[in-house]
Design a protein around this ligand. Structure first.
Ligand SMILES: [Zn+2]
Length: 197
């Protein structure tokens, strides 16, 4: 989608890996967190986003940032320093039951790393990778307990951002329950409106 609209796609995971590969002091600090499997703190996350994305480009699609109110305030501050504003915040809505079904059914090929889903993207033969014939296993981040914990974290830390951006008239909601192609189509329609302004 970012490619289609000629903007940069910046997902937090990808930005962290880039920063770590850069070898800057900031990158080395990030790498320490990633290597130890810990969560990168808000302040550091914001510094990396400013250095790697906001400070380098005028058009980008932030994916996975901001996730907390603190990060949202940081983003306002870094945009304010540059006289820039957010165009749009897209909120994908899915109830917990459906999110749980999607996230817990994920399978990954132990040989080639290809992703599948027990219900929504099943392999042709059960338990076997279509591409390489390797065995499929449940992804380690797909255990029900892990997913429930992530949903609880979302409720506590990220959901307040919806009201925060709603007050400023920036939120557009997309029903994420249809098939991926349909969700993509609806999201592209929203972005087209921004692009044509
Ligand atoms: Zn495979």
């Amino acid at each position: 989608m970012a490619e289609r609209f000629g903007v940069r796609h910046a997902s937090t995971g990808e930005i962290f890996r880039q920063a770590a590969a850069d070898g800057s002091e900031l990158g080395r600090t990030v790498k320490d967190y990633l290597d130890s499997g810990g969560l990168v703190p808000d302040e550091l996350t914001s510094r990396v986003v400013e250095e790697m994305v906001v400070g380098r480009s005028d058009s980008y699609l932030l994916d996975g940032y901001p996730r907390t109110l603190r990060q949202a305030h940081d983003l306002d501050a870094m945009l304010g320093r540059r006289g820039q504003e957010l165009d749009l915040v897209v909120c994908f809505e899915l109830d917990d039951g459906q999110a749980l079904r999607r996230l817990t059914g994920r399978l990954v090929c132990a040989e080639c790393g290809e992703n599948y889903h027990r219900e929504f993207m099943p392999p042709q033969a059960e338990g076997v990778c279509d591409g390489c014939g390797g065995p499929l296993k449940v992804r380690s981040d797909s255990a029900e307990e892990v997913v429930r914990n992530r949903l609880a974290q979302y409720d506590e830390k990220t959901r307040p951002l919806v009201a925060y951006y709603e007050e400023r008239g920036l939120i557009e909601r997309v029903d994420a329950s249809p098939a991926p192609q349909e969700v993509t189509r609806r999201t592209e329609a929203l972005l087209s409106r921004i692009a044509s302004r």
